[in-house]
Design a protein around this ligand. Sequence first.
Ligand code: HEM
Length: 191
Amino acid sequence: MARLVLAMCALSSLLLTTSAQTCKNQTFTNNKVFTSCRDLPHLTSYLHWTYEESTGKLEMAFRHGGINATDRWVAWGINPNNNLNSAMVGAQALVAISQSGGAPRVYTSSIAGYSTQLAEGNISYANSGLTGTRQDSEITIYATLTLPNGTTTLVHLWQDGPLSASTPQPHSMATSNLQAKETLDLLSGSR
Ligand code: HEM
């Protein structure tokens, strides 16, 4: 009997911790399913991914909620130098531009420095399937990237900011914006 109670406790705590993670309950309009997800610690953002270490294929979706303005950019990126201090510099980014609340235009941008305007350009990772959706205040970017051989952790970063016409303008410099970066273990899903 004691064992049964113990087992029930263990099970319910497992269920509780699982359901406490918002990303677990998120679904995708294109019915995509990913093996791992993470509630990111800032900016109402979530990362979903499936990673195949042997090929370096990272199939991912980045979702950013709370985008109430109709004109806004959101972005997700990797710092290829694993530099967590100035993660933005050198970041290889996926950018979504949503104007008038419409479906975002999604493209890649290699960020040279802090005065970037996120011009479209090639990134260092081979990529495919770059698309974006907007559902009310949530913008999602999808892509499959090929990471270098042996990659198991990433310094990744995410952000949102205003637009002037269709040109990205600097994001807020609030603490949560400046802290929107972390090291991610692609295999365990923890940071
Ligand atoms: C219009 C585009 C952008 C402009 C003008 C811009 C500008 C800046 C500036 C001036 C800083 C402060 C640097 C300092 O503390 O001295 C900063 C920090 C930061 N930005 Fe951006 N940014 C842009 C886009 C992005 C994007 C697309 C991302 C993420 C994908 C991002 C992520 C960060 C992060 C994480 C920081 C904290 C410092 C760091 O780790 O580098 N930014 N940005």
